[in-house]
Design a protein. Structure first.
Lengths: 287, 254
């Protein structure tokens, strides 16, 4: 359980660190923005290498960066398929969460009765730690993969739902009056007013949900303990630990980290594409 | 509007037995202290919130489901109330889009509307790229793009600086004369109402109702010279006195 927590925290930390490194700037600063992080990262890797070689630390305790790179090539036959499995679960869960979250949010804001009726279920599902439901899901789901998918879905679903619902409710009341004045149907109001208004909120939900679906896919696999051919990266991580194959464990971690960064980059890019023409959060200011 | 009374759900009596007969082509200012229900009256005319009692009678026979004459009313809010995600062109297109007029079919009318407020070159700009005065012009262009017979304006220039405000006053006057529409203009500025209106309705608070209703003899051409003229000064004086009496009446009542 401790391990699981550490990974979750490390993932969240990555997001925050990358977000802090996205300022607005001049050309000179743009160069610095690339050079300084790269330099800092290189220095850290060099320090890691030196610590390992100077102290003669054995590979099964702490592999050096060189060992990890070698393992990346030698173990790729085992790890790439595992990465694919994890990626598949992550993206399927995210896609389902997007469809479900946005769809349900739209239903909720259209019908007050439905909102009140579903509210207790939403709260119960949200506050129950996902990992605690996993054993149950393992019993009911037809196979482990489905159980993992459901876990990841539940986790990614709520931030998307709550952000979207919040967004749909944040409509400027004067604009709402204007639509009413011109006799807009509720469908037109939804399409031309509520959905555009909720885009910044949706994007926040997407960024959170994207990161969470990866974390959930990994954590769920720790809990479910899948094995064999269909196993994901989390299982390979545990397996490497049991076998004291630390270089492989590091490669698996590296892959998860890379995936997390890729998801963050992708969702941030989508967000920028959608909002940069009009929303404050995506606009560069001269002053 | 006949004997309209409006009681808000919290028990506040916003309007009591307010009656107002509007003739076609008038420029009416609803003038009064804050809290006198002038905005409420305007919103009831626009169909935004039904009166608690009383009715709004329209001369036109075509009445839509909301009880408003079809396509005959434009509304300008105190804030520009533009959609930040849409450019100026799309914002002005909105009223027509909601009636199912496509962008291509509406293009000419939209550009005409933008030209009439001097923003033809800004069709592709986004609201955030415009100044407060320009945003308000877009809002006005949007209100007149449907060629309304009645234009309702709810303290549209209250948040703008004096210079911009005077310019926009001239714009509104020009549009009023050009399109021959009826304007009901809510304001708390004596000078603005005296400059613009052909008729000024001074309202009092507690309860909100018509206090004085006066016709204003106005020259057709109103410009900088008119602002300095004796006639304008006298109008301001008369209106200001009426407003003072309205405020005083409300104070005695409370």
């Amino acid at each position: 359980m401790n391990q699981i927590k550490t990974i979750a925290v490390a993932e969240a930390g990555t997001d925050a660190a990358v977000a802090a490194l996205l300022p607005r700037s001049s050309t000179n600063e743009k160069v610095l923005r690339v050079v300084i992080p790269v330099l800092a990262l290189s220095l850290a890797i060099l320090a890691w290498h030196l610590v390992v070689t100077i102290n003669g630390i054995p590979k099964y305790l702490l592999p050096g960066p060189v060992d990890v790179v070698i393992a990346l090539f030698t173990d790729s036959a085992t790890l790439w398929p595992a990465l694919l499995v994890t990626l598949k679960i992550t993206f399927m869960a995210l896609a389902l969460a997007l469809i479900g979250g946005v769809g349900l949010a739209i239903l909720l804001v259209q019908s007050r009765i439905l909102e009140l009726a579903l509210f207790p279920f939403a709260v119960i599902l949200q506050v129950t730690p996902m990992i605690a439901i996993a054993p149950l899901l393992l019993i009911y789901a037809p196979d482990t993969q489905t159980a993992l998918l459901i876990c990841a879905f539940i986790v990614a679903f709520f931030p998307i739902l709550s952000n979207m619902a919040q967004g749909l409710k944040s409509v400027d009341h004067n604009l709402l009056n204007l639509f009413e004045l011109y006799g807009a149907s509720s469908w037109q109001t939804l399409l031309y007013l509520k959905i555009p208004t909720s885009m910044p909120y949706f994007m926040a939900g997407l960024r959170i949900g994207g990161g969470l679906s990866l974390i959930a896919a990994v954590v769920a696999e720790f809990a479910a303990g899948s094995a064999g051919q269909g196993a994901g990266l989390a299982f390979r991580l545990l397996e490497s630990q049991y076998r004291l194959n630390l270089p492989r464990l590091f490669v698996a971690l590296l892959m998860l980290c890379g995936t997390g960064i890729a998801i963050f980059g992708l969702t941030s890019f989508i967000s920028w594409l959608t909002l940069h023409r009009w929303h404050e959060s995506a606009i560069k200011r001269e002053n | 509007m006949r004997n309209v009374t409006k009681v808000f759900s919290n028990g506040t009596l916003a309007l009591r037995d307010m009656s107002l007969d509007v003739k076609g082509g008038e420029f009416i200012s609803l003038l009064g202290p804050s809290g006198c229900g002038k905005s409420t009256a305007l919103r009831i005319i626009a169909g935004l919130g039904a009166p608690s009692s009383g009715s709004i009678d329209w001369p036109s026979s075509k009445i839509n489901t909301k009880g408003l004459p079809e396509g005959d009313v434009g509304f300008v809010f105190q804030d520009p109330t533009l959609m930040p995600w849409a450019n100026v062109f799309d914002n002005v297109h909105l009223p027509l889009k909601l009636r199912g007029v496509s962008k291509a079919d509406a293009r000419e009318r939209i550009m005409e509307g933008l030209a009439s407020v001097g923003l033809a070159d800004f069709a592709k700009s986004y609201p955030r790229e415009l100044s407060g005065g320009m945003r308000m012009r877009v809002s006005i262009a949007r209100a007149i793009v449907t060629r309304p017979k009645l234009l309702l304006m709810d303290e549209p220039f209250a948040a703008l600086d004096e210079i911009t405000r005077q310019k926009l006053n001239d714009d509104v006057l020009r549009l009023w004369q050009q399109f021959g529409m009826t304007v009901i203009f809510v304001t708390h500025s004596v000078y603005e109402s005296a400059y613009l209106s052909s008729r000024i309705v001074v309202m009092r608070a507690r309860p909100g109702q018509v206090f004085t209703d006066m016709q204003i003899a106005q020259p057709a051409i109103r410009d900088h010279d008119y602002r300095n003229s004796e006639g304008y000064r006298q109008t301001c004086q008369t209106v200001s006195d009426a407003l003072q009496r309205a405020i005083h009446a409300a104070e005695i009542a409370s």
